[in-house]
Write a protein that binds this ligand. Structure first.
Ligand code: C2E
Ligand code: CA
Ligand code: CA
Ligand code: CA
Length: 279
């Protein structure tokens, strides 16, 4: 038994060590990946429900890892947030998106607004404003082509500073959307305080449509709430024509999801969704 206890202790310590070591390895790996430009963006279209036209696109990061292949953001964003690397990664993401927008514009393509996901960590301090201003001027693109998707967790701790930051974005003419709306723990009070343009209905509510009365009640309520507050609504994770139909009947503005398209690499996104501006 004594031996066993010892082993158990040894097991736990080595386990903790391995975890810490694994985290450190991953952090170093991410730094290396940043240096070697291994992070890329895929693009998912947003469709206007009434017309069927493309009316937006969301940039979603992926890690093109030399050994592990294409790695999804859920595998590295949380660690990037914990370690603060998200600031450098976030700057890279902004730069990639702005460079892409500039490329598409120079190619004479008609572009909808491009949405970038922003972590709460990036909204502490004014670094993000600096990064955005620099990227916009460097790539010479209008701020009106950008939208930021932020989550409720951030606005939940609505302090003066956070509100001020969002007001800065509004003054810059950058649109703001609340991502995963309805999944956070915040009260609705912040909705009237903040300069928001769009609410995104979380995929978890869309999944039960059209069958679930509860989910239908939630999506309908979010749509009415948004419209009454002068905001537009995007439903994410739309996978079936029946879901799209119900959302259309409920007055939702736009949809996004596999029904329209999965997120695509830039070249594929262009050929499938972008058209040359008629001259
Ligand atoms: P999100 O912002 O809520 O993005 C939606 C996620 O749902 C994406 O996963 C997208 O590929 C996936 N999705 C889209 N349509 C459908 C559908 O019809 N069905 C289903 N089941 N899924 C769908 P992805 O790309 O793996 O991103 C996961 C999360 O990682 C994002 O959730 C976002 O929170 C975060 N993320 C992604 N890119 C970035 C980024 O550039 N910066 C930051 N800070 N976070 C990011
Ligand atoms: Ca998003
Ligand atoms: Ca979501
Ligand atoms: Ca999310």
């Amino acid at each position: 038994a004594k031996n066993q206890g010892r082993n158990r202790y040894a097991f736990y310590t080595s386990d903790l060590t391995v975890t810490a070591q694994h985290r450190m390895e991953m952090e170093n790996d991410m730094r290396r990946g940043l240096e070697r430009n291994e992070f890329i963006l895929h693009y998912q279209p947003k469709q206007d429900l009434a017309s069927g036209n493309l009316n937006g696109v969301e940039a979603l990061v992926r890690w093109q890892h030399p050994q592990r292949g294409l790695v999804d953001p859920d595998q590295f964003i949380p660690l990037a947030e914990e370690t603060g690397l998200i600031v450098d990664l976030g700057r890279r993401i902004i730069d990639l998106a702005c460079a892409q927008i500039a490329d598409w514009r120079h190619a004479g393509l008609a572009l909808p607004r491009v949405a970038i996901n922003v972590s709460g960590v990036q909204l502490i301090g004014t670094q993000l404003v600096t990064d955005l201003r620099r990227a916009l001027s460097e790539h010479d693109i209008p701020a009106s082509l950008l939208e930021l998707e932020i989550t409720e967790d951030f606005v939940m701790n609505q302090n003066r500073e956070a509100i001020h930051l969002l007001e800065l974005f509004r003054d810059m003419n950058i649109q703001l959307a609340i991502d995963d709306f309805g999944t956070g723990y915040s009260s609705l009070a912040y909705l009237k305080e903040l300069p928001l343009d769009t609410l995104k209905i979380d995929r978890s509510f869309v999944a039960g449509l059209p069958g679930s009365h509860h989910d239908a009640a939630i999506s309908q309520t979010i749509i009415v709430l948004a419209h009454n507050l002068g905001m537009s609504v995007v439903a994410e994770g739309v996978e079936t024509p029946e879901q799209r139909q119900l959302l259309l009947e409920q007055g939702c503005d736009s949809v996004q999801g596999y029904l329209i398209s999965a997120p695509l690499p830039p070249t594929q996104f262009v050929t499938t969704f972008l058209k040359t501006v008629p001259s």
